[in-house]
Design a protein around this ligand. Structure first.
Ligand code: GDP
Length: 214
């Protein structure tokens, strides 16, 4: 696969994400969402997939997304603003076995309502643990994106835990699995928040999705 971004674009994206990212707010219902006045990208995935770590890595911050992992915060849709130009949206993690069933439904519904009703949502990133690949519960998340016609891209996390050939294999397999999904972006990004792998590319993807000229 050819490199989608030039070195200049990657550098411009690095500079964009070096600007200030602030925690804006957490919303517990649709009425509590901020105005849809800035482009947004959303991050979704199973609990423990590495979502907070990825948001921190992309923004170059250590503790930014930690708030979302605190008890009570996990049910919220959390908004972070980058340079007053775009928002990163942390959706509630799913597949969290310890939460009561009713509670799970409640915050999953909020995630779903957000996807359906957000005109400024430019793309969703569906995080998948590179070691595990797509699971049935991820299929449900993809169904929700496809139904809502929200463009989404698969981001493999924790790629540092695998050998390069294994990452290549899971990337290929995932591409095949999403081939018939109407709203899936046909490029799978392998990342490691720990090593920084794929993070420059993800920044460039986000900037492009938000139509910010690099
Ligand atoms: P979240 O629940 O999806 O927000 O997941 P976290 O970001 O809290 O990460 C869950 C666990 O995975 C933590 O123990 C992290 O240290 C670990 N983790 C996250 N990203 C990476 C990564 O890129 N590489 C490795 N090896 N571990 C990671």
């Amino acid at each position: 696969m050819s490199e989608p971004f030039t070195p200049d674009e990657l550098e411009a994206a690095r500079k964009l994400f070096a600007r200030e990212t602030k925690f804006m707010m957490g919303a517990v219902n649709m009425a509590g969402l901020p105005d849809s006045d800035l482009p947004e990208v959303a991050f979704a995935g199973r609990s423990n997939v590495g979502k907070s770590s990825l948001i921190n890595a992309v923004t170059g911050r250590t503790h930014l997304a930690r708030a979302s992992n605190e008890p009570g915060r996990t049910r919220e849709v959390n908004f972070f603003v980058l340079d007053e130009r775009l928002r990163l949206v942390d959706l509630p993690g799913y597949g969290f076995a310890r939460a009561a069933k009713g509670e799970v439904k409640k915050f999953q519904n909020l995630g779903r309502d957000y996807l359906r009703g957000r005109p400024n949502l430019k793309r969703a990133y569906l995080l998948i643990d590179a070691r595990h690949g797509l699971k049935p519960v991820d299929g449900e998340a993809m169904d929700a994106f496809d139904t809502a016609a929200v463009s989404y891209q698969i981001v493999l996390t924790k790629a540092d835990k695998l050998k390069a050939a294994e990452v290549a294999a899971v990337t290929e397999k995932t591409l095949k699995q999403i081939a018939k999904r109407p709203a899936a972006f046909p490029r799978v990004l392998a990342t490691s928040s720990e090593k920084g792998t794929g993070i420059p590319d993800l920044r460039a993807e986000i900037a492009a999705a938000c139509e910010i000229a690099l």
